[in-house]
Design a protein around this ligand. Sequence first.
Ligand SMILES: Cc1cc2nc3c(=O)[nH]c(=O)nc-3n(C[C@H](O)[C@H](O)[C@H](O)COP(=O)(O)O)c2cc1C
Length: 165
Amino acid sequence: MTAQASLSFDATTFRRTLGMFATGIAVITARDRHGNPVGLTISSFNSVSLAPPLVVWSLANDSTLRETLEACEHYAINVLAADQEDISNRFASRTGDRFAGLRWEEGLGGAPLLEGCCAVFEVRNSQRLPGGDHVVFISEVIRCDRSEQAPLVFFNGQYRQLAPR
Ligand SMILES: Cc1cc2nc3c(=O)[nH]c(=O)nc-3n(C[C@H](O)[C@H](O)[C@H](O)COP(=O)(O)O)c2cc1C
């Protein structure tokens, strides 16, 4: 019997249960081998280690950016602010130019640093591990910066904002 056959829950239950873990939302950005800016929306970001400074996130095996993100030396993790829901949606869509009209600066390796984010991590693409239907990226933070803006939050399949205490 395979491990899959012995599961007591289905994929929908698993996805909806994972959705109860509230996260922020980030856009991973890099340059492809032609120098074009690329990026996608993720919520699988988290911290791993303080010393050395390591972070983790995972990329679907069928991502159109898999080859680029596995190969690039540096990339950036742009943590979205509460008013950047439209940016989350555009970087999660496979239609349209994700960078059209966006303002950004160039970071390490030419990775786009998006304007208006509440934090940014510029990282070295150090380790990639197979993780089922995803590739797990563990990367070393070279530079990081933050602003005082509120974050965009994702919970139970929906965008949220932090309520004042
Ligand atoms: C809130 C949110 C969180 C997401 N998190 C991830 C993630 O952690 N990893 C991932 O590979 N895709 C994630 N996605 C899906 C990708 O953004 C989406 O599939 C995108 O179209 C992928 O484009 P690509 O194939 O060009 O990489 C997320 C989407 C949304 C809206």
